[in-house]
Design a protein around this ligand. Structure first.
Ligand SMILES: *[C@@H]1O[C@H](CO)[C@@H](O)[C@H](O)[C@H]1NC(C)=O
Ligand SMILES: *[C@@H]1O[C@H](CO)[C@@H](O)[C@H](O)[C@H]1NC(C)=O
Ligand SMILES: *[C@@H]1O[C@H](CO)[C@@H](O)[C@H](O)[C@H]1NC(C)=O
Ligand SMILES: *[C@@H]1O[C@H](CO)[C@@H](O)[C@H](O)[C@H]1NC(C)=O
Ligand SMILES: *[C@@H]1O[C@H](CO)[C@@H](O)[C@H](O)[C@H]1NC(C)=O
Ligand SMILES: *[C@@H]1O[C@H](CO)[C@@H](O)[C@H](O)[C@H]1NC(C)=O
Length: 370
């Protein structure tokens, strides 16, 4: 009897590195597949347990869930989105994989692309830090932390620890294989903040600490002829054009070369404001993922906002808290031009990230179809 209990406990502790018992088991939402928003918590009801970090959605998709916000994408979401394909015009949303060059965070190595001549054919070899160009941030990328110290890391649903990621041959939980194997497709919505600013002749600097608020994003929607209260649907992919890519492409090679090396306070980039208001606005929209043409979706440096009394970045709450991936450095230029031409801001999209078991992030291979 004792050995049975002991082996059951042992099995439980191998199954997950969570402390046992975990409050997640008590508060997790029972999911009804035919009515996934039954018992859906309001923003004010987050987190489901007071011991969970700021505005975490732990347990909202079940205690062992590894898909997070991608759960908003159901079969019907993809089926509905096929109605967005009206012209058959496909748009690549990925930058050249070596861009920006050098990477805007100098600690990150540039892309290495080598050609290997063989007998009668040739191969190529790509060595890539997945954070340097257009990227899909997976759920191993960003935990909550209070002081950036590994001892304070808290990953989505507390399913893994920092050690789980670092140990060779260890756990693969929360790796990007989950997103790759789910298959991501659906409806995308573009908000062209930069175009809205240009329409007002308002100047902005994407290489500065310019923050974009949800009040502005609602105004952008209105400018585009969309109703701010209903332009998005559950399962949508929301993309914001900040003007970063356009401004970056306009730099001389020399200016691109020195951009990452601006001293301390100047090392800033445009993005969405990290605030309680942003989180509430996004939570209510039930989005599957968010993205932008800028380095981090939120402005950089991040980690400057106090939310519920704790310093938090959007990255911490999105990835560590909601299990919501962020797609960064998207190339939205051609898509945006076509959207304005057609006066239509929704499209079919697909993302097929690399199927790397235990992976942290990946090029998204993102495509929009109008
Ligand atoms: C699940 O939702 C459907 C549709 O709202 C409802 O008919 C059914 O009773 C629910 N099932 C459970 C177990 O609550
Ligand atoms: C949804 O698609 C998955 C495969 O992607 C399939 O296993 C499942 O049965 C589908 N559900 C419905 C309700 O059709
Ligand atoms: C944008 O469109 C132009 C003109 O068709 C094309 O040359 C360019 O490759 C496109 N950009 C991307 C990133 O696909
Ligand atoms: C970070 O916070 C944790 C928990 O409060 C503490 O144990 C640790 O010493 C701190 N680390 C640093 C580098 O401040
Ligand atoms: C913006 O500037 C252009 C060219 O100077 C001018 O024609 C236009 O009226 C201005 N628009 C606004 C909203 O000020
Ligand atoms: C960048 O922002 C600072 C204040 O935050 C401002 O003083 C500076 O003029 C801005 N630079 C540009 C080029 O807009």
């Amino acid at each position: 009897m004792i050995s049975l209990i002991a082996s059951a406990l042992l099995a439980a502790s191998f199954a997950t590195s969570r402390p046992v018992p975990h409050p997640l088991a008590l508060v997790s939402r029972a999911l009804n597949d035919s009515d996934i928003y039954a018992n859906w918590p309001t923003y004010d009801q987050l987190p489901l347990h007071p011991s969970f970090p700021t505005k975490a959605a732990w347990g909202v998709w079940g205690a062992d869930d590894e898909l997070g916000a991608l759960n908003h994408i159901r079969n019907a979401t993809i089926l509905d989105a096929k109605n967005e394909i009206k012209l058959g015009r496909a748009f690549n949303l990925n930058l050249d994989l070596s861009m920006p060059n050098p990477p805007i965070v100098p600690d990150r190595r540039p892309l290495i692309h080598a050609i290997q001549p063989m007998a009668g054919y040739q191969d190529d070899i790509i060595t890539l830090n997945t954070q340097i160009s257009t990227q899909f941030d997976g759920l191993r990328h960003f935990p909550y932390s209070t002081n950036n110290s590994q001892s304070t890391y808290q990953f989505y649903n507390e399913l893994i620890t920092f050690e789980d990621i670092m140990v060779a041959g260890g756990s693969t939980t929360l790796g990007i294989q989950n997103a790759a194997q789910k298959g991501i497709a659906g409806r995308g919505i573009l908000l062209d903040w930069a175009g809205w600013m240009d329409s007002k002749n308002a100047s902005y600097d994407a290489f500065n600490d310019t923050t974009i608020s949800t009040i502005e994003l609602d105004a952008v929607a209105t400018w585009q002829g969309l109703d701010p209260d209903s332009f998005s649907k559950p399962g949508d992919f929301l993309v914001v054009r900040t003007g970063f890519t356009k401004q970056y492409r306009a730099l001389s090679l020399y200016e691109q070369e020195i951009l990452p090396f601006r001293p301390g306070e100047d090392a800033q980039f445009i993005g969405i404001e990290a605030s309680d208001a942003t989180l509430r606005w996004l939570w209510d929209k039930k989005l599957a993922l968010v993205g932008g043409d800028n380095p981090a979706f939120e402005n950089l440096p991040s980690d400057v906002s106090v939310i519920d009394g704790v310093q938090r970045s959007l990255h911490q709450v999105f990835i560590g808290g909601w299990g919501m991936s962020i797609v960064e450095f998207l190339d939205l230029e051609n898509l945006t031009e076509a959207c304005h031409e057609l006066n239509r801001y929704s499209f079919f999209f697909t993302i097929q990230n690399l199927n790397v078991i235990g992976g942290i992030a990946s090029p998204p291979n993102a495509m929009a179809i109008l």
